[in-house]
Design a protein around this ligand. Sequence first.
Ligand code: ADP
Ligand code: MG
Length: 684
Amino acid sequence: MAKGNIGVTSDNIFPIIKKFLYSDHEIFLREIVSNAVDATQKLKTLASVGEFKGELGDLTVRVSADKKAKTLTISDRGVGMTAEEIEKYINQIAFSGAEEFVKKYKDNAQAIIGHFGLGFYSAFMVSKQVEIFTRSYKEDAKGMHWTCDGSPEYTMEETDKAERGTDIVLHIDDENLDFLETSKVQELLSKYCKFLPVPIAFGKKKEWKDGKETETDEDNVVNDTNPLWTRKPADLTDDDYRTFYRTLYPMSDDPLFWIHLNVDYPFNLTGVLYFPKIKTNIDLQRNKIQLYCNQVFVTDSVEDIVPDYLTLLHGVIDSPDIPLNVSRSYLQSDGNVKKISGYITKKVAERLNDIFKKDRTQFEEKWDDLKIFIQYGMLSDEKFYERAEKFVLLKNVDGKYFTLDEYKKLIEANQTDKDGNLVYLYATNRDEQYSYIQAAKDKAYDVLLMDGQLDVHAISQLEQKHEKTRFVRVDSDTIDKLIAKDEHAQANLTDAQREALTTIFDSQLPAMDKTNFVVSFEQVSDTANPVFITRNEFMRRMKEMSAMQGGMMSFYGEMPDSFNVVVNTAHPLIERLLNDEETATQEQIAPLAAELAEVEKKRDELEQSHKGKKDEEIPTAEKEELETLRKKRDELTAAKKDVYKSYAATNKQVGQLIDLALLANNMLKGEALAKFVKRSVELL
Ligand code: ADP
Ligand code: MG
């Protein structure tokens, strides 16, 4: 029997393996099974070049768990190892046999998974002892038995082994006994080995017979050796792609589109990416891409390998060029990884452009589902923005779709304001903003529907990218001001009228939490509504963005919502209200106004006479008089206001007009709504 020390530089590499090499202990199974697959692939390669002339036979890799003996055994009928090979590939850690093999048989080597030289030793993460029983395919090779208990010492001796190939026996340590459970092993095999290129059998298939679960003779093969992405696109139907999608994500809706990736220069990559139907919460849709290395599952968190917005895609990427057993931070700086990410971005954009060009109808049909993905890409990746500009669509409230260029042409003539800005009108809710949309349509304006999660950001981006372009929501101003074509007519009110109306409307505005109303007057038109409510575009957007982002923007989130109550002085109802108010209040207002005028005149004169004088030059008596006059003025103003207010309280029309405007904006709720209904009945 041979004994020796495993050739490592440090005294004991095992603690290092256990701690640092892999974050997840469970991958030991992936490593051992993929070695078995490698050994099998090597044998096939040797057979194909005539270096192995024997029978290949059944090449299934078998995994079995023995709970009593506490062992997990992985057996293959691959190349096996001679004593020299064990010495070289197992005893000399970090000397990867796979690497050497690939170099030698570059053009013929079936895909070889391992090239890191430490995979085998990951077995010690869960085992207190590992045994190898192996016999090389080479003629006259003797069976070998190797053992190691996790210290750098090993034993090696000849043994009788009838069959070619290798059995790896793991004596599972006490902390990891769950790796002997059938369900656990099955779970790990389906996770990591589902698409390995050689059949992997774990026990026998079971069936229900006479109310009992019994074993059949058939192998329980856990993998699909020929997964869709390894096949030629020309041989595949749409149904094949959909079926494969369902095997990856059994609970998902059918995907919208897919892309079959296949490159071999300057890096190797195959895979299929799917555009999923994205439901409301985009975060739940992330991290569905599975990364494989030669059909061995590596990870499903690909955020360092593909750009952020592409993590919304689903599917499989398989590349032997992505380093596997290394830290995440290393991945980010890896040149191949960067190239791969760039390549995928390009492919995705090309595919979208392709569908857009070849089948616009289909593209439009799926646009609503694709939109969030494309917008996310445009917002986060400049390169993608440039590509997507050609096929990104805008949808109007009538459900028509336009490219950016098409839409620009559509609105150019009618929606350019006096300063030469092209004004894009949009609504975020067809029902809630119905009357505003209607008003815009009456002017032959087109209104876009921007009701997506990322639309606020997409709008800002378009404004930044395109000069002289403004997006305004239909309810952000009165129709004439939305797209100001010429200088606007001033409201035709005297100061007294303005004061009266302001007080009257102010006094009847409802009190709402975190909401401010500002009354203003405009001579809109006699056919427009008498009162309407608009909301400042800038403030609203800031609030919306803050709601999405929090953090820095939360300042805006804390501000109350500010609305304008616009009184349309051109409307007959408002003219009538003014007349009515003047008749009703004149008797009380006239003397107050006369007295106020007197007070103001005196105050003015006094103030004038004090101009240019220093404070100490003004007689005390005059100072006191001025003080009295100011007080008087405030009292009279307040008295006038009270008159207007008590008038407003008796005039049901004011409250009614305000409520109608609120109602048109979907802002009348609860008690206010009940009051409105009651008042409406009374007015009838
Ligand atoms: P890698 O797979 O990256 O080469 P490993 O540590 O996983 O590194 O394996 C080291 C070497 O041991 C392999 O390259 C191979 O030469 C040999 N080996 C491991 N398992 C087997 C096996 N089941 N059959 C034949 N050789 C094996
Ligand atoms: Mg390996």
